[in-house]
Design a protein around this ligand. Structure first.
Ligand code: G6P
Length: 472
């Protein structure tokens, strides 16, 4: 019986040290939920980094045992691996390149060597578990070399790759000295998925120009195999958000939080700390709204949740300082004894409380400068069970291709964002409901379980097609 192995840099849990011991915190992320239906079945397993360094061999052995019961296997990263592979090549070269922040890109050959070394580490860990005919589904930009590394040892395995972040134009990819190796690494897969059609097109163009591989109708002709490339926009667990928003616990938070912001319209923003999210630009737009519309003072406030992330990377540290400064400025300029323009939280919240924030907010302001998909906007829509509320969404988020009933904005057009907020504040109820209803219908249909199913069905189809071709 063949099995399915899921691989991602992070496991769907994180390991934390506490008082000399360790504990696991399950991740509530969308990917973990969507893939739960796969890795928890039969002999299937999820392989990845538990999110912390563990040097003690005894502790490692204990962790392996505990994770085994959760259907997971760890890849342990050393301190150097974390610095050079995770913070370095993944997040100081690939992340900025793929999000078009070329000014933050670092070209460090030692980081590249670490990237190769750690991808190999993942490959070795997988080979300990994988049989020749297993299915291996690899996720995201930290592991671009892995499909080819595995293909060399397991020529008949079914290998899929999904990229969760954007894939930029050839003009950006060509800036990376190791571009050819990276693209060849991805081409070890049978199926390569992206969130949007544009990402897919950029990839095909780069592979054609850099690796000389031509393609037709989404099929790349490699030396002795075909590789299918397509877009599969990821959804959320719609029912989970809709149900939670109506739960007693969430409603009691709505009541409790609501008392503290009575008679105010609420704008909600939730992001991981990241320069790709356009957080400073959003604060500036809100500042400009308050400058231009004095009548809104005391009547509207922004709830801004920033979830700590990658805080050892220089560009993230600087961003944190910039946000702190901007929030300080706007609040010190406009606050009164009973009104604070920006309620800023630099931490994560439990699901029930997040759900309360979605439920009670009038507007979600989701304005990344670049985003592969963005699930926050989808979670907001799913949580609006009475169908009131307005989504303002950046054209630069993959989700904007699906959520055409949001107010779409260019996040670099500050006045455009200001006007969008102003219009959202006065949007008639029937229009809010009509827009929300249409977005909800599509998110309900294309939820994360459907995404997994469509992707896996396609993988089956590609494998069959390959077998037909080789038996001819
Ligand atoms: C994005 C990436 C993921 C990554 C996540 C959190 O969503 O696509 O691959 O895991 O951010 O970032 P972190 O660096 O904490 O894993």
């Amino acid at each position: 019986m063949s099995k399915t192995i899921i691989v991602s840099n992070r496991l769907p849990i994180s390991l934390r040290h506490r008082n000399g011991r360790f504990e696991f915190k399950p991740s509530a992320g969308g990917l973990a939920t969507g893939l739960g239906s796969i890795y928890k079945e039969g002999d299937n397993i999820w392989i990845g980094w538990p999110g912390n360094t563990v040097d003690d061999p005894e502790q490692r052995a204990e962790i392996i045992l505990e994770l085994h019961d959760l259907k997971m296997a760890p890849v342990f990263l050393s301190k150097e691996d974390v610095e050079e592979f995770y913070e370095g090549f993944s997040n100081e070269t690939l992340w900025p390149a793929f999000h078009y922040f070329t000014q933050y890109m670092i070209y460090n050959p030692e980081h590249w060597e670490a990237y190769v070394r750690v991808n190999q580490k993942f490959c070795d860990a997988i080979l300990k578990k994988a049989g020749p005919d297993d299915t291996i589904w690899i996720h995201d930009y930290q592991l671009l070399l892995l499909p080819q590394m595995l293909r060399e040892v397991l020529p008949n395995a079914t290998i899929a790759f999904f990229q969760h972040i954007p894939f930029p134009s050839y003009e950006i990819i060509r800036m990376i000295p190791w571009r050819k190796e990276l693209l060849a690494g991805m081409c070890g897969a049978d199926l390569i998925g992206f969130h949007t059609y544009d990402d897919m097109r950029h990839f095909l163009s780069a592979v054609g120009r850099i690796n000389g591989l031509s393609s037709e109708s989404g099929y790349i002709q490699a030396e002795n195999r075909i590789i299918n490339v397509d877009s599969f926009p990821m959804g959320i667990d719609y029912d989970k958000f809709a149900k939670q928003a109506k739960s007693k616990r969430t409603l009691s938070f709505v009541e409790e939080f609501g008392k503290q912001v009575e008679d105010q319209k609420l704008l909600l923003t939730i992001d991981r700390l990241d320069y790709s999210k356009g957080i400073p630009q959003r604060i500036q737009a809100f500042n400009q709204l308050l400058e231009q519309h004095k009548e809104l003072h005391g009547k509207v406030s922004m709830i801004m949740i920033v979830v700590p992330s990658r805080d050892k990377v220089q560009s993230y540290k600087e961003l944190k300082e910039e946000i702190d400064l901007l929030v300080g400025r706007i609040n010190s300029e406009y606050s009164t004894l009973n009104w604070v323009p920006v309620h800023y939280f630099y931490r994560s919240f439990p699901f029930e409380e997040l759900s309360a924030f979605y439920n009670m907010s009038d507007i979600a302001l989701v304005t990344p400068l670049r985003d592969g998909m963005n699930l926050v906007c989808k979670e907001f829509v799913a949580s609006k069970t009475d169908q009131t509320g307005v989504l303002i969404l950046s054209e630069m988020a993959g989700a904007s291709k699906e959520l055409q009933d949001a107010i779409l904005v260019n996040p670099n057009d500050r006045q455009g964002v200001v006007d969008a907020i102003f219009n959202a504040l006065s949007m008639p109820l029937d229009e809010q409901i009509a827009r929300m209803n249409s977005m909800q219908e599509s998110l309900k249909k294309y939820d994360v379980f459907q995404w997994v199913k469509v992707f896996m069905d396609r993988l089956d189809h590609v494998k069959k097609k390959q077998e037909e071709l080789t038996s001819k």
